[in-house]
Design a protein. Sequence first.
Length: 375
Amino acid sequence: MSTPVNFPQIEKSNLLGMNRQDLEIFFAGMGEKAFRATQVMKWIHQMNVDDFQEMTNISKSLQQQLTDSAIIESLEVITDQLSEDGTRKWVMRLNDGNCIEVVFIPDDDRGTLCISSQVGCALDCSFCSTARQGFSRNLTTAEILSQVWLASRLLDEEKKPGRKITNLVLMGMGEPLLNYENVVKAIDIFLDDFAYGLSKRRVTVSTAGVVPAMDRLADRHDVQLAISLHATRDKLRDELVPINKKYPLKELIAACHRFMEQRSPRSRLTIEYVMLAGVNDSEQDAKELIKLLDGLSVLINLIPFNPFEDSGYTTSSNNAVRRFQDHLMKASITTVIRKTRGEDIDAACGQLVGKVSDKSRRQQKFIKPRFGMNS
Ligand code: SAH
């Protein structure tokens, strides 16, 4: 009688996270020509196919070989919510049980998908609810791609006009520039004509100011960069965006200048500025902001603070936001007030929380003492 042999399980490659170069190497390893890479990319990203048997311009034998050695695996949708204003939010579960959030924001002529780059966030910005979740890990390129792949499939199923992804913003959970390698590879695929074919102006990386990675990004991708500035003085920014202690304003602004020097003269850097009542919304703040950004070509996005429990901050009044905007506009700086979207489903900026198995133990800091324990 023969005893059953337990062969080690060979992990199949997930093609979803492979850029064109990876796929070419993958196919070369199978003795296939490079053009297979673009063929398969089109099936995956343009036709939303995840079954090799449906790839009709590929021979049956290659389809079988692919089924044996590879997989197109995306995330699992746990919740799917539609806001009154058309914003749609998904909670997606990763293989390890962690969850992330993804938001689709339709506007007049565009559809923006806000995606996550990490599970939780390590930066601990004081006004952001994602920060309270602590940090677990970086997302893989496949997990970043899955968000776009799944969202575009689910939006297609709605069969409604105006529900297409035209813009991608890395403004969900996490700090994209602390997951540099996986993020830039994902951007390769966003921009590739055989995949999503998005123009570089329609892909935005938002950063709290990881200076060395800003320099690296400038060399690698010509995408839109947004800086989460929020303060004009180091003392305040240290408190709001603690990574400022590592890369203070002087270094951050110098990095912005270097970044823009590599861009076409017409391009603009986006500056995000969350409006916190009595904290950073005075006339003096506006004046300092104008001075700080002198010589940079920018578009300022004023973001009304989205409150959450025990945040300790309140949103600036409409009047204060408008006054602030007026000051900047008078200094000829294009300034827009970001509309809050998807409020009824907690899909607004800084409200994305997912489910994070926190390795930073930061969640504990915010657990409220039970009655009688704090006396
Ligand atoms: N880590 C990156 C991207 C994620 S945050 C970054 O810092 O840019 C995306 C944007 O939402 C940032 O500008 C962030 O500062 C802002 N944000 C976070 N919490 C917010 C809140 N409660 N209200 C409004 N904007 C918030």
